[in-house]
Ligand binder design. Structure first.
Ligand SMILES: Nc1ncnc2c1ncn2[C@@H]1O[C@H](COP(=O)(O)OP(=O)(O)OP(=O)(O)O)[C@@H](O)[C@H]1O
Length: 606
């Protein structure tokens, strides 16, 4: 009898281990924090790969948060591309009906573009070109799927030391369906102001186009070239001022196309400004890159190229190849039905569970066959994870961050493609004896010289701890192998070695920066949660930022009335949201993220 029981237990273990996850991931340390959760590095003992596990807690506290998470995990499942971060797995919660947290396993990246820009003042022209190429290639794929990212910024672009960039954070993304009035979709626009297109700063139109993402990519590229944000506006009016300082006031023709009458009037009444030549603003950049940048930053969205057109720009001659730049099948309406209906928390919970099952094939099969029981308690690793995360979070606060062995925040290699064209930021190329571009085809055979790089790192990291030395070349060649849609078949390069000292220093800085920015983030979240219950409206010209700026605080105080205005400074003056104002003042912090973002109202489902 006892033997029978043991046999049964073993069988169960075997069966469950398929999706029980329990010992599969060994969590290592906290590597990031966002407003939705904590991210830890871990080892996937099944594959030996390093992964990043994001714990998203209390996902059902607010339905809009839950919808955001559903949207993100769904999109990342559907958008499979080497330049988009990949979800590898989602842990099975113990109960389908009652779970609160989810653990999402991503491929591990080493840094993000924000850190890279901050720490590398000696990027080369090849880096610039290659960065932009990858971003546009990802965008082509995303846009052909009919998805708009809507929150592109350096922090949402993960980076590896081998120059690989991957777009992440699809929480604000939307799928555009032809038969759906997009107006509703765009009313809850909260994307980061500094990267926001002019038409979004002034609700020029009732419908937006993928050109909003192209604008953001233009801002990001300019930031890469300059080493600092191009348009760091303090509020939307200031944002538009900065744009027109560089681009000049828009032409009458452009203004005449603006549908919002008040915005039109505002633009017409602006002091006339001539455009500043880009060659003057970016004196040392490759003229071809500036020509493309000017196109990306066209004030009128109709003048901006599509991602596909931008990839065909002469700037990418020798690098771009259509076969390496796949499109995506448009996402079907069915997948995003929940965006178009009134849904309850329970509906979203069910949909998230369904998404999780996509990573647990056997259970998915059972589910499809109706064989699973909703009340069934899955053998889940989540309890164990909860304890591990809690322990790490506690300790990372007390003892400071522990340098992850393989993480290289803020480091990027220099080109070893013969002699690189190192361009001091804002300076002339240091060496011009090589005009090699980071051609995925020519670089694929360049040997990856581990030993040399390690030696270089040791020597140089002592002098300049946050700068990474090494080649651009061993990028995975931008090559999309047989199945362009399967990132697993994408050829990956070896990760570069890691300098303990530099990583510790940089990680510390990063951690500190996060600590100081968490409060404003929380504040932002509170404000947006408050606003979440606002009634549904389409873009309302009375909520136009220009009007807000003029009418002062009476309207701003009336927060429950549909909007939070986009001026942290106004909030500060009026004494409402002092923390938000402090956030606005914090340079380079999260202030520009969500605090004070325009929220014209809620989309229909809420
Ligand atoms: N795949 C990954 N590899 C390495 N680090 C990562 C990965 N994903 C996220 N991180 C780190 O964790 C941090 C927080 O993650 P993320 O931005 O996804 O959280 P979030 O809660 O959605 O953030 P936000 O507050 O911007 O919405 C990031 O800034 C990044 O440094």
């Amino acid at each position: 009898m006892q033997q029978d029981n043991r046999k049964k237990n073993n069988l169960e273990m075997e069966f469950f281990s398929d999706y029980g996850d329990a010992n599969r991931f060994k969590v290592q340390e906290v590597i990031g924090k966002g407003s939705y959760g904590v991210v830890c590095s871990a080892i996937d003992t099944l594959t030996g790969e390093k992964v990043a596990i994001k714990k998203i807690h209390d996902i059902f506290e607010h339905i809009s948060d839950a919808a955001r998470i559903l949207r993100e995990i769904k999109l990342l499942r559907l958008l499979r591309h080497p330049d988009i971060v990949e979800i590898k797995h989602i842990m099975l919660p113990p109960s389908r009906r009652e779970f609160k947290d989810i653990y999402v396993v991503f491929e591990l990246m080493e840094s993000d573009l924000h850190q890279v820009i901050k720490a590398n003042d000696d990027l080369t022209r090849e880096h610039y070109q290659f960065f932009l190429y990858q971003l546009l290639r990802a965008l082509k794929y995303i846009h052909t799927a009919n998805v708009y990212h809507r929150d592109l910024k350096p922090k949402n672009i993960l980076a590896n030391a081998n120059c690989k960039l991957k777009i992440c954070d699809f929480g604000l993304a939307r799928v555009a369906f032809n038969d759906t009035p997009t107006t509703i979709f765009w009313t809850d626009y909260v994307a980061t102001r500094w990267y926001r297109a002019p038409e979004l700063c002034g609700s020029f139109y009732s419908k937006y186009t993928p050109a909003i993402d192209i604008w953001s990519i233009g801002c990001i590229f300019a930031e890469v070239l300059m080493g600092k944000p191009l348009f760091p506006g303090k509020n939307v009016v200031h944002q538009l001022d900065l744009m027109t300082d560089l681009l000049g006031t828009p032409s009458l023709d452009t203004i005449s196309r603006v549908r919002n009458e008040k915005a039109r009037r505002y633009l017409t009444s602006m002091r006339k400004k001539p455009p500043i030549p880009f060659a003057q603003k970016f004196p040392n950049a490759d003229p071809l890159s500036l020509k493309l940048l000017e196109r990306l930053l066209a004030f009128d969205p109709k003048d901006r190229p599509t991602a596909e057109e931008a990839l065909a720009d002469p700037y990418f001659k020798g690098l771009a190849k259509v076969e390496r730049e796949p499109s995506c099948q448009p996402i079907t309406k069915m997948e995003f039905e929940f965006e178009r209906r009134k849904v309850t928390k329970e509906d979203i919970r069910e949909l998230i569970s369904r998404e999780i099952l996509e990573y647990h094939p056997q259970l998915l099969k059972d589910h499809m066959n109706g064989a699973d029981k909703a009340s069934f308690l899955y053998p889940s690793a989540v309890d164990q994870f909860r304890r591990q995360f809690a322990h790490l979070e506690e300790n990372s606060g007390k003892t400071g961050p522990v340098a992850p062995l393989e993480r290289k925040h803020a480091s990027l290699p220099r080109s070893t493609v013969i002699h690189s064209t190192a361009v001091a930021r804002g300076g002339q190329p240091k060496l011009m004896n090589n005009t090699n571009t980071l051609n995925p085809e020519t670089t694929q055979n360049i040997p990856f010289n581990h030993a040399t790089i390690q030696a270089q790192q040791r020597n140089l990291s002592a002098a300049k701890p946050s700068t990474f030395m090494g080649p651009v070349a061993p990028f995975d060649n931008g090559r999309i192998s047989r199945d362009a849609y399967d990132p697993r078949s994408f050829i990956r390069s070896t990760n570069l070695p890691f300098s303990q000292q530099s990583a510790a220093t940089v990680a510390m800085g990063k951690q500190q920066e996060r600590r100081t920015t968490m409060e404003p983030e929380k504040q932002a979240r509170q404000i947006s949660q408050y606003n979440r219950y606002a009634p549904d409206v389409a873009i309302n010209i009375d909520n136009n930022p220009f009007i807000m700026a003029r009418t002062g605080m009476n309207k701003a105080e009336n927060i429950s009335d549909r909007i939070i205005i986009d001026t942290n400074l106004l909030q500060a003056t009026a004494g409402i949201g002092v923390a938000a104002a402090a956030a606005a003042a914090a340079p380079g912090g999260s202030a520009h993220r969500k605090v004070g973002a325009v929220r014209y109202g809620m989309s229909k489902m809420y």
